[in-house]
Design a protein around this ligand. Sequence first.
Ligand code: SF4
Length: 487
Amino acid sequence: MPTKRVYLETMGCQMNVLDSELVIGQLCALGYKPTDDYHTADLVLINTCSVRHRAEEKAYSRLTAIARAKTERPNMIIGVIGCMVERDHEGIRQRCPYVDLLCGPGNLNEIPALLATVEETRVQAIALEHDHSRRLPSAERTLLYNSIEELDMSRRTPPDGRTLQAYVRVQRGCDKFCSFCVVPFTRGPERNRPPANIVIEARRLVDMGAKEITLLGQTINSYAYTDSSTGRTVRLADLLEQVHEIEGLQRLRFVTSYPGDFTDDILQAMRDLPKVCEYLHLPAQSGSNAVLKRMRRRYTAEQYTELIARARETVPGISLAGDFIVGFCGETDAEHAETLALIERVGYKNIYMFKYSPRPATVADRSLPDDVPEAVKKRRHLDLVEYQKRSGLAHHQGFIGRTVEILVEGFSKAAIKAQEAEQERNNHVSWKRGDQLVGRTRTDEIVVFTGPKSMIGQLVTVWITAATALTLHGEADQTSAPATVVD
Ligand code: SF4
């Protein structure tokens, strides 16, 4: 029988990237081969995001394009997986009746059973966290993993062989119910994974070649797991210590933190454990206490800045990233100005900014009018973009003339493009394809530099010679490369 091909497209956050990796691993175990071209695929999956209206519309537009390909290949199975399914499977079924398979993020281990049902009956199959009605009982026999936890534990080398940086989930779902956020509805309540499983999974990834591990959770600083036999509770700081012990691991990160429950033991772990990178992603969402209250965030702007001060005091050289929503329900010019003031006060390395868009079923959607005009949202968004450009450049310029340690991730695509254009303009051929490598510092700056390809996967020292708002540029210190390096 010819090998079946699967095409999987991922939208949204790191959690989805990890879910997609697990789904692909599961499908490879079933005999599928990944492809980059959905036109040739037997199974096409879209792993969706519901955090913003735009992300959902993008998924619908991809599904429309894929449906056209299905007219050429009628046996193609189209599946939608991830948050959108849990939030609005009925909407997907109505808008896209050609979708064969729907699976929420908490049921991804059931994909083999859903596929068996579709193949056997050509009837749409669905798996949601609290509803298992559209699946053949006989299809259960095709399950490779009986639970989502077992699926998490099934990590294997990804088909593209990339194991250098790996994600490990420590937590599912969220209990915070911020008034704008759909995550508690799509990923359910907070559930923390057993630390022993997390350490086994991380060790396995390091054995497969991972140098850097990022622990993932929606509010990762609230991680707590109590062992029922010993009564001992493992918190995030303890977990960092346990993963840190893994021999061969070089760097350890964790995202995303919630400013309300952030305890000092985590900062102390960041200071005391050399593999833990000095980088903290701490979404503030707003600098106005009135807006934070409407958002149902459980901290004030003052508490947030106090936490930042403690982080800076405890972890020397810490780099900070933040998320902000502009144009939230009722946000006035004065409240927006408070956000800008907080941003200036904190001095982030990086901010991620979003225009508010109401999400169905959330408290804000049900009880607060989305009354900030789109033009005002755009202007406020631009204010943050301007800040990012200005501060990003200033932050990066501070590195010029210094050396940094980077983990080399691969060839720089942007540098290859720019060099090709330059070559075309100047018609000279001195530049060799692949000379330009890219990597990241411990504090998450992107560095493009010249170096031999044997540096990929290594920690190397780079001397920074130039900077833009987005990137650092430099030259590798050849003495920091591994002894076997030859160009
Ligand atoms: S903390 Fe708030 S914003 Fe973050 S996932 Fe939970 S509900 Fe959403």
